[in-house]
Design a protein around this ligand. Structure first.
Ligand code: SAJ
Length: 414
């Protein structure tokens, strides 16, 4: 089988762009395709439209050497990697419309021998569904879901597993699970990933690969839910949950995660629902964990309300809006939801501190809210709510906040 001379990455977001740039840095010609004109133009100028450490340098180098180009329209290539969003709908069932739209774009340029890899986190059965959709779009081609190893196209799933903030390291160093509709589909995809992955490429079926990714995130969600439930129990029993967890974790086989204001990001709070949707009767702990984590922001708001009742003029400082420490990503952030709820209820004066952004998102700006510095917030607030454990906040000492009511959802004061 010939090597990959040209790879096309469909979807140039948090996963697609770093993947495209890393492959281009290995000397392979990469065409990135996106529906956003802004993203395409920015990348073609050698710049980035998302924040991720070192990505700007990598993209600039790849564009300057001519190995990476972005476009609104697809062109023929040896391999197509699909990295588009897979959100859920109102009823928590998966929305695969971005995947279908991506296939509709590439279908006309596909030729015999092409490899198609789905990177987007997807419910079990999606890779086979891709094969069925392509059979409708390109009746002239033989597809692996019904032609097996005789098919004209190779189709596989290789779920992305990188941690935002460490994407470039993890893209190369993580082991990858590569599931083919047939064994040859998996083998062909492994050849592609071996161009840039130093971790092991582990071969399996497409369905197992799909479930593996969902399982990893559901595992983490269930473990965070355990910590969040403990924090609520400890409030009732008047026990310091942080001290409790530190002590319990001294047991050689116990490793409790950290409670927080809820679970954010677009993966852990979404993916477990795909399992629940596929097996609603069986997925009981997984569903309950989701509910516990989704309820945690409401619990935090209630605690803030109770604290505010003690003051004639409550001034509440919210420290952090991002979905986790030391990033600028506000998407699906419980901290953001809590701030928005406080603003909408008009509980008191709300001070918002988020050192990683320069401008508030429209969701909050519409309440005439403004960003404040940590020092100003410390000066003015009588209630301090720690929502994110950013490094700037971790330097605070208990002595800095003795005059305030502190609601520390991240345990920075221990
Ligand atoms: N969180 C806690 N307590 C903890 C750990 C996390 O409350 O002890 C919260 C965070 O504050 C955040 C949320 O959970 O709001 C998720 O953060 P995270 O750092 O656990 O994970 P993500 O969403 O940034 O990335 C996850 C990773 N999955 C796993 O660790 C199993 C990453 O490897 C995946 O690639 C990514 O989801 C994805 O794209 O699916």
């Amino acid at each position: 089988m010939l090597p990959f001379n040209r790879v096309s990455v469909i979807g140039l977001g948090y996963i697609g762009l770093p993947t495209a740039a890393v492959i281009a840095s290995r000397g392979v010609e990469v065409l990135g395709v996106d529906v956003s004109e802004h993203a395409v133009n920015t990348i073609n100028q050698g710049k980035v439209h998302i924040v991720e450490p070192d990505l700007d340098m990598l993209v600039q180098a790849a564009v300057t050497t001519g190995k990476l180009k972005a476009s609104l329209t697809p062109e023929p290539a040896d391999a197509f990697m699909i990295a588009v969003p897979t959100p859920f709908k109102e009823n928590k069932s998966p929305d695969l419309s971005y995947i279908k739209a991506a296939l509709e774009t590439i279908a006309p340029v596909l030729v015999k021998g092409n490899l198609i890899v789905l990177e987007s986190t997807s419910p079990v059965g999606t890779t086979e569904q891709i094969s069925r959709w392509l059979a409708d779009m390109r009746p002239d081609l033989k597809l692996p879901h019904n032609e097996g190893e005789q098919a004209d196209l190779f189709i596989a799933h290789c779920p992305e597993r990188v941690l935002p903030g460490r994407v470039l390291q993890e893209l190369v160093s993580n082991d990858r699970i590569i599931g083919g509709i047939t064994p040859r589909c998996a083998e062909r995809a492994i050849e592609l990933y071996q161009l840039f992955v130093r971790g092991e490429c582990l071969r399996t079926t497409a369905r197992t690969a799909e479930m593996a990714k969902l399982t990893e995130n559901a595992f983490r969600d269930v473990n965070i839910a355990f910590a969040n439930e403990l924090s609520v129990i400890c409030d009732t029993l008047k026990i310091n949950v942080w001290e409790l967890i530190k002590l319990a974790n001294r047991h050689p086989r116990v490793n409790i995660l950290s409670p927080g204001p809820g679970v954010g990001g677009h993966c852990i709070a979404v993916d477990p629902w795909f399992i629940v949707d596929s097996a609603p009767e069986q997925a009981q702990i997984i569903r309950k964990a989701r509910e516990i984590n989704d309820n945690k922001p409401l619990y935090v708001v209630e605690k803030i309300r109770q604290a505010a009742d003690q003051f004639k003029k409550p001034v509440i400082a919210c420290l952090g809006l991002a979905f986790k420490a030391d990033i600028d990503d506000l998407r699906e952030s419980p901290a953001l939801d809590i701030a928005k709820q406080l603003l909408s209820e008009n509980i008191g004066e709300i001070l918002l501190v988020e050192p990683n952004i320069k401008q508030l998102p429209a969701k909050l700006a519409k309440y005439n809210a403004e960003l404040t510095t940590l020092n100003q917030a410390l000066e003015k607030a009588n209630i301090l709510v720690v929502l994110v454990d950013h490094k700037q906040f971790k330097t605070l000492q208990p002595a800095d906040v003795t005059t305030k009511v502190v609601i520390d959802t991240r345990g920075i004061f221990g």
